[in-house]
Design a protein around this ligand. Structure first.
Ligand code: E4P
Length: 217
């Protein structure tokens, strides 16, 4: 299972990339706005830190302009995955970019039939938003199960990128379902390391080790 980091904060990305556990990055216009920085500069900088796919989102809503934006974003680095919304224009753009060999992330997916459309449009990643579905009382993880089941019936090549993740439980469920990728807010990746018994056990080991008076180095 791959882990992407869902942020445009370069310091967070550098910090977490150092764990060796980060396979890519996702950004969106809201995350870019939060940085207060120039979009293209931020994407270029992230692509220099992480080797894997870096999603950068188009903001036009019509196909022609979206395609121009997508081509410009794709020129920044080979690991840019151009992100488009799940609309007819977005999928048309995804198909054109995919035919030209550019990676594409289709975002704002909330149903399994939308995921089928994205796969047919040649998306590299489909990005279903589990947290936002749960915010309106729907079952986000059931959507992931449905998409994984449907994709297993075919040879689409599109990876399921679980998005709008709110906590480690979502990651565990996504892993059980065999989702290819989860994109994690930085705090979720940090929470995944934590268990009180890990902390307690380490304290006890180190206390006992101190009593030996030994050192390894
Ligand atoms: C994914 O690429 C999106 O940026 C993200 O997961 C959205 O999450 P949110 O619902 O927490 O904004």
């Amino acid at each position: 299972m791959k882990f992407f980091i869902d942020t445009a904060d370069i310091d967070e990305i550098r910090d977490l990339a150092a764990t060796g556990l980060v396979d890519g990055v996702t950004t969106n216009p809201s995350l870019i706005a939060k940085t207060g920085r120039n979009f293209l500069d931020v994407v270029e900088e992230i692509c220099g830190v992480v080797d894997g796919p870096v999603s950068a989102e188009c903001v036009a809503t019509d196909h022609e302009t979206m395609l121009k934006e997508g081509r410009k974003l794709a020129e920044i680095a080979d690991n840019v995955a151009v992100k488009v919304p799940l609309t007819p224009d977005g999928l048309r753009t995804c198909k054109a970019l995919s035919d030209a060999g550019t990676m594409g992330t289709v975002t704002l997916c909330f149903s399994s039939v939308q995921a089928v459309l994205a796969a047919k449009a040649g998306a590299t990643f489909i990005s279903p938003f589990v947290g936002r579905l749960e915010d309106i009382g729907e079952d986000g993880m059931q959507l992931i199960a449905d998409i994984c089941d449907i994709y297993a019936n075919y040879d689409f090549g599109t990876e399921v990128l679980v998005a709008s993740v709110r906590g480690p439980r979502h990651v565990a469920l996504a892993a059980q379902l065999g989702a290819d990728v989860a994109t994690l807010p930085p705090n979720v990746l940090r929470q995944m390391f934590k268990h009180t018994l890990t902390d307690k056990g380490l304290d006890a080991f180190l206390a006992d080790w101190a009593k030996t008076g030994q050192t390894i180095l």
